[in-house]
Design a protein around this ligand. Structure first.
Ligand code: SAH
Ligand code: SF4
Ligand code: F3S
Length: 468
């Protein structure tokens, strides 16, 4: 997921093939936040490639710097302003050299703060929200004409219809795993969360568009696709004969595409796990036995205040059904500690839920009050030191569970998708069904192969294996 690393290769290719051509304009894209932003950065890079830009991983070399931002927690949003400070200084140094530097802010901070960004950081030339990325070349043309542009309306047209697809070589360069957004936006309005305001209401992409994009990925050598959505399991569409499809049915369709060996989806809401999707975990070998199903908190009082619309018991019962369908499924989740009003007893209920579920991996955060969300207005905010303490205790428990899960795999034979050369000479890195990096001898297989390996030992966050 390190966008900057992958873009390094592109320069090599571009430099060779463009030896005699005039120097192309260069764009440096920096991505913050979730996987959807990673996907969006690729699609923006594709749109800019059609407009004559090549990507660079060296900010000093760029004619356009694009920050694809995240608004989920205060820290995430503030990082953007410190980065803008540095880029503003670069822009000032450029003045008088004849080479201009344009600065753009995209993503969820762009959508949430709009023109405020240019007021706070006047060096910024354009602000563009996630629903208007297809207009990026147009917006840039106007910026070059001397305007400052804030483009944060929700577009009436479907951006995916207008965003260019990457070239085959570009898909291949990005690797054998890929993201594919199938659903965007959220109607759930959890009281802590900005996403419904930054990504808008839930929209599902049509079946034909998704299938066509997945086929292109597979043709270029992609073996594993992760379907993305803020509420990916709320995806719904009309099937090829006009019938109503849910995510489960879509997964079955995508599994028919030659070459696509592995499917995943993220992130799901417990309320939208329907029977068909659970059945897909039972019946579809290509669907990997790993599920990110955030619960956020354990006590029902806090779940209610968060407007999660499920109880802890609902969540545990759901996991029982999923595990009955697929015994080796590994659970993952997200947690927030220190939501307003959370007591020590509430926190203990969260720890108890974690013990009951036994997660293979999880992400946990201190509650961060976000402007405009109901949570920020609630009484009884929890002191920072208490949040710190609870986060530490929760993370210690989650880390223990993650390491125990890794250790439980030692001696077992598992399928591994070889993804890239290892950091050390003589090694390659693959990916387990449960998303762990698997280190193997470089002769074990070629990139893109799915091989059977025996796990010999665990690292901090990875597995070591030999050909079975
Ligand atoms: N659509 C996803 C969540 C996306 S945000 C879902 O429904 O699960 C990713 C995670 O960030 C959330 O699951 C939550 O744990 C965390 N998060 C969201 N808002 C937060 C806030 N205000 N403070 C701290 N963590 C937050
Ligand atoms: Fe945010 Fe809740 Fe929607 Fe997830 S379901 S994106 S946490 S509002
Ligand atoms: Fe952040 Fe927006 Fe994703 S707020 S987590 S980049 S949807």
């Amino acid at each position: 997921m390190d966008l900057n690393t992958t873009e390094r290769n592109e320069i090599g290719i571009a430099a060779d093939s463009l030896a005699a051509a005039p120097a192309a304009k260069k764009v440096f894209v920096k991505t913050y936040g979730c996987q959807m932003n990673v996907y969006d950065s690729q699609r923006m890079t594709d749109a800019l490639a059609a407009d004559g830009y090549v990507a660079t991983d060296m900010v000093d070399d760029a004619d356009l710097v694009l920050l694809n931002t995240c608004h989920i927690r205060e820290k995430a949003a503030e990082k953007v302003y410190s980065e803008l400070g540095r880029i503003r200084d670069m822009k000032a140094e450029r003045a008088g050299t004849g080479r201009e530097l344009l600065i753009g802010v995209a993503g969820c901070v762009a959508q949430a703060e709009g023109a405020e960004i240019i007021r706070r950081a006047p060096a910024v030339d354009l602000v563009i929200g996630p629903q208007t990325y297809h207009r990026l070349p147009d917006v840039l043309a106007r910026v070059r004409g001397g305007e400052k542009i804030v483009e944060t309306d929700y577009a009436v047209e479907d951006k995916f219809e207008h965003l260019p697809q990457p070239k085959r070589a570009e898909v291949a360069r990005r690797g054998v795993t890929a993201f594919l957004t199938v659903q965007e936006g959220c109607d759930k309005f959890c009281t802590f969360c900005v996403v419904p305001y930054t990504r808008g209401s839930e929209v599902s992409r049509p079946v034909a568009q998704i299938v066509a994009e997945a086929e292109r990925l597979a043709e270029a050598g992609v073996r594993e696709v992760t379907l993305l959505g803020q509420n990916v399991n709320a995806w719904h569409g009309e099937g090829e004969k006009g019938e109503e499809w849910g995510l489960g049915r879509l997964l079955f369709r995508l599994a028919e595409i030659p070459g696509l060996a592995r499917l995943r989806y993220t992130t799901s809401h417990p309320r939208d796990m329907d029977d068909e999707l659970i059945a897909a975990h039972r019946d579809l070998p290509a669907l990997m036995p790993y599920l990110h199903l955030p619960v956020q908190s354990g006590p029902d009082r806090i779940l209610k205040a968060m407007n999660r619309r499920h109880t802890a018991r609902d969540y545990l019962a759901l996991i029982d059904r999923i595990r009955a369908a697929r015994g080796d499924i590994a659970m993952s989740g997200d947690f927030i500690v220190g939501f307003p009003g959370e007591t020590e007893a509430d926190f203990e209920a969260t720890m108890q839920l974690v013990r009951e579920v036994d997660y293979a991996s999880a992400f946990s955060f201190k509650y961060s009050p976000r402007p405009g969300t109901p949570g920020a207005e609630m009484p009884d905010h929890v002191p920072e030191a208490v949040k710190d303490d609870r986060l530490q205790r929760l993370q210690a428990l989650l880390l223990k569970q993650q390491q125990d899960f890794g250790a439980s795999l030692v001696g077992r034979t598992i399928g591994t998708l070889i993804e890239k050369p290892g950091r050390q000479a003589g090694q390659k890195v693959g990916r387990s069904p449960w998303l762990q990096p698997v280190i193997v001898d470089e002769k074990a297989g070629e990139i893109g192969d799915i091989i059977e390996v025996r796990i010999t030992r665990t690292g901090y966050n990875s597995l070591f294996a030999e050909l079975a």
